[in-house]
Ligand binder design. Structure first.
Ligand code: SF4
Length: 249
């Protein structure tokens, strides 16, 4: 019988695991439309979103695992019959579109369209609630108590898209934070959503910043100043930002 090294077995098993993750993600991302996505609009620093479009980051194995884990959680925990609802909306024309219509459109016409997929739409009492699951690394001593800025804005944008595409007005959002450090322990944070016109105005502003062809103003914040729980830098464009005159010290 041929000899086989234990390391060879381990390397092969890990490669198979990575490939399984890759295949799963490929299948899930197939339907991604070539429009703006809500995730492009929700960073606390618009300049960072602008850079990420110009210079997309490489997809590292660590990120792959993170995405895979998020997809698994979402796919296997629907909270209502209406879940994973994809909505498309033309910000400039103030007009809803179906994903099929968007697929048929020429690339040049997609620059003002945003796509978003909400996790779950629930009806509680007589109110519609947009629920969104978020995994995070907490622990027994750290629990979420308020919505993060970007998730708050994300759910508010979903409210706009939902009203325009399906005529349903969800007045409330609820983030369901799931703690990866504590068996996905759930912490729900419900909040009232902002008026639709207010969010539409914000979306128009962000779109204009992303499309004006000039680097947007920097917003030095927890993403790049190290003032966060882990003391980490979460923006990979710090050097570019400095070159462009951003204050990142
Ligand atoms: S370094 Fe800071 S200010 Fe500059 S793009 Fe990144 S997050 Fe924005």
């Amino acid at each position: 019988m041929d000899e086989i090294r234990l390391e060879t077995i381990q390397t092969n098993v890990v490669s198979a695991y990575r490939k399984a993750q890759q295949d799963f993600l490929k299948k899930s991302n197939n339907k991604r439309l070539n429009t703006w996505h809500v995730s492009d609009f929700v960073s606390e620093c618009i300049r960072k979103s602008y850079y990420s479009k110009l210079h997309p980051e490489k997809f590292s194995p660590e990120k792959q695992s993170l995405f895979w884990f998020g997809h698994i959680v979402h796919e296997h925990t629907p909270l209502s019959k209406i879940n994973e609802l994809t909505m498309c909306y033309d910000i400039e024309k103030d007009k809803a579109l179906t994903p099929d219509e968007v697929l048929e459109m020429p690339l040049d016409d997609l620059g003002t369209i945003i796509t978003g997929t909400l996790d779950d739409l629930m009806k509680i009492g007589d109110k519609f609630v947009i629920a969104d699951k978020k995994t995070y690394s907490g622990s027994s001593y750290y629990k979420k108590t308020s919505p993060d800025y970007s998730y708050d804005l994300q759910v508010n944008i979903y409210r706009v898209l939902l009203k325009e595409t399906y005529g349903i007005d969800a007045e409330f959002g609820c983030l369901l934070y799931l703690d990866k450090m504590n068996n996905l322990d759930p912490t729900p944070i419900a909040f009232e959503l902002k008026p639709i016109d207010e969010t539409k105005e914000k979306m128009r502003y962000i779109l204009s910043e992303l499309r004006k062809g000039q680097t947007p103003e920097p917003n030095v914040c927890w993403l790049c100043n190290g003032k966060n729980k882990k003391g980490q830098i979460y923006c990979s464009y710090v050097d570019l930002c400095k070159q462009d005159g951003g204050r990142t010290e």
